[in-house]
Design a protein around this ligand. Structure first.
Ligand code: 5GP
Length: 114
């Protein structure tokens, strides 16, 4: 897959407000927050979208879902509640072709989404 801006963030070639990092994943504040708390959690592996997840990514995706509540706790939105969003493809609203999970909170979030 083609490299995206997120690869540059992983390599620290462009700055980001990082809230969590390990060997497999990085979480950082979204540059255009849609809620008081808006963090993106990404795997360092370049997977272009949910459509490109393969069986070998099972453990990595499980790791991501274990991290989400820990990061939400760290961001102090775990108790009030939050939303995890993965946009896939153009009609799904995906604009960066490196799989990512939005963690949004800090205000009541409307449903259904637009
Ligand atoms: P998508 O629309 O693909 O689901 O989400 C991509 C997200 O990446 C958007 O919310 C956008 O604001 C965010 N984003 C795009 N470029 C950058 C960047 O350079 N830095 C940060 N921190 N976020 C970015």
């Amino acid at each position: 897959m083609a490299e995206t801006i997120f690869t540059k963030i992983i390599r620290k070639e462009i700055p980001a407000k990082i809230v969590y990092e390990d060997d497999l994943c990085l979480a950082f504040h979204d540059v255009q927050p849609q809620a008081p708390i808006h963090v993106l959690l990404i795997p360092k592996k370049e997977i272009s979208s949910t459509n490109s997840i393969s069986k070998e990514d099972q453990e990595l995706l499980g790791h991501i879902w274990v991290l989400i509540p820990k990061i939400a706790q760290e961001l102090e939105i775990a108790d009030s509640g939050y939303r995890v969003v993965n946009n896939c493809g153009r009609e799904g609203g995906q604009s960066v072709d490196h799989i990512h999970f939005h963690i949004l909170g800090g205000r009541p979030l409307a449903w259904p989404p637009g």
